[in-house]
Write a protein that binds this ligand. Structure first.
Ligand code: Q46
Ligand code: ZN
Ligand code: ZN
Length: 310
């Protein structure tokens, strides 16, 4: 297959976009699309200071790389969680993040949770749950708190995270299965700031995980391949696998799931009150049944259309 923009052999084929690109053009396409999403969702402007939360993984390091390539003022924040189980996760992810910052001459804030607060995340979790359960809730809480603190203390306008489409679709899937309306209302590419809370943005939210992996590899970004050992067997991984199965038979299913949700949310009709909805109904002039469509109800329209085409 050939690249859509030149005659060279394509390095990646994105079925859901019906688009194939060579390495050179793919490395152009990703920042172009990111710039488009930043504008479309009004994430930030060129004069705002951005703090990128970097974990040493492919998404956050690539996000940092893309923002810098686009000319934004983006500094990094690495949180040392003290997770040294198995592969020495924290140590290795910090090493790769610092290496990236150094090689690209970028400013990186490093906060070591244990040095700052006396205990690492696994220890804090052990204390909180008396040795039972995964540390993820404690970890999430600490991450949100520290990201916000650094953003506030150093005067950043916005906090950017590397969540990709697979992450967002999995969260949306989980929230939908549980009908967690409060979370559904808050989910989106931008979470506006409020008093003391920095605005949060997800510029990669429309890229598939596989697209981000391809970007990191083609760009030569050195990242940590392994996930945090505590991510193993998590619900979000199960949701991701389920959505991937769907995607295999219906290319684009994940993207449609997420984008249609954003559309529905934007239109304000997602959680419309029952009474409000009823007041928008009127009787169909033909059959008298309540309908929201102007004029005839959908059923009567269908019958009319069929009759007229006979
Ligand atoms: S929450 Fe849980 Fe992650 Fe923290 S303990 Fe690891 S898996 S890093 S995204
Ligand atoms: Zn090309
Ligand atoms: Zn507090």
């Amino acid at each position: 297959m050939k690249c859509r923009r030149c005659e060279n052999k394509a390095s990646i084929h994105m079925r859901q976009h019906k688009l194939a690109l060579c390495k050179e053009h793919y490395l152009e396409w990703i920042p172009e699309q990111t710039a488009r999403f930043i504008k479309k969702y009004e994430m930030f402007t060129p004069d705002e200071k951005i703090l990128v939360a970097v974990s040493g993984g492919k998404d956050s390091l690539s996000l940092w790389d893309i923002l810098v390539r686009l000319g934004y003022q983006a500094d990094g924040l690495y949180l040392g969680l003290g997770i040294d189980e198995g592969i020495n996760y924290s140590h290795e992810s910090q090493r790769l993040t610092e290496k990236f910052a150094k090689e690209n001459n970028l400013k990186l804030h490093v906060v070591d949770i244990e040095k700052e607060y006396g205990n690492s995340i696994p220890v804090l979790a052990d204390i909180s749950y008396r040795g039972h359960g995964k540390p993820c809730a404690v970890c999430g809480l600490a991450k949100r708190h520290e990201m916000n603190r650094i953003a506030r203390d150093f005067g950043y306008d916005v906090l950017a995270t590397g969540h990709n489409l697979d992450d967002e679709a999995a969260v949306l899937f989980g929230n939908t299965l549980n009908w967690s309306s409060e979370y559904l209302i808050r989910q989106g590419p931008v979470l506006p700031g409020s008093d003391g809370l920095a605005r949060k943005v997800k510029p990669l939210c429309r890229f598939y995980e596989r697209e981000m992996t391809a970007y990191a590899i083609m760009r030569g970004v050195e990242y940590i391949y392994d996930e945090c050992p505590f991510a193993d067997g998590s619900q979000s991984i199960f949701y991701k696998e389920t959505l991937n199965q769907l995607e295999t038979t219906r290319p684009g299913a994940k993207l449609i799931f997420y984008l249609n949700f954003l559309e529905a949310k934007k239109s304000g009709k997602l959680f419309i009150e029952k009474n409000e909805r009823q007041s928008q109904l009127h009787p169909c002039p033909k059959c008298g049944q309540p309908t929201s469509t102007p004029d005839f109800c959908s059923f009567c329209r269908m019958i009319e259309k069929a009759a007229s085409e006979k």
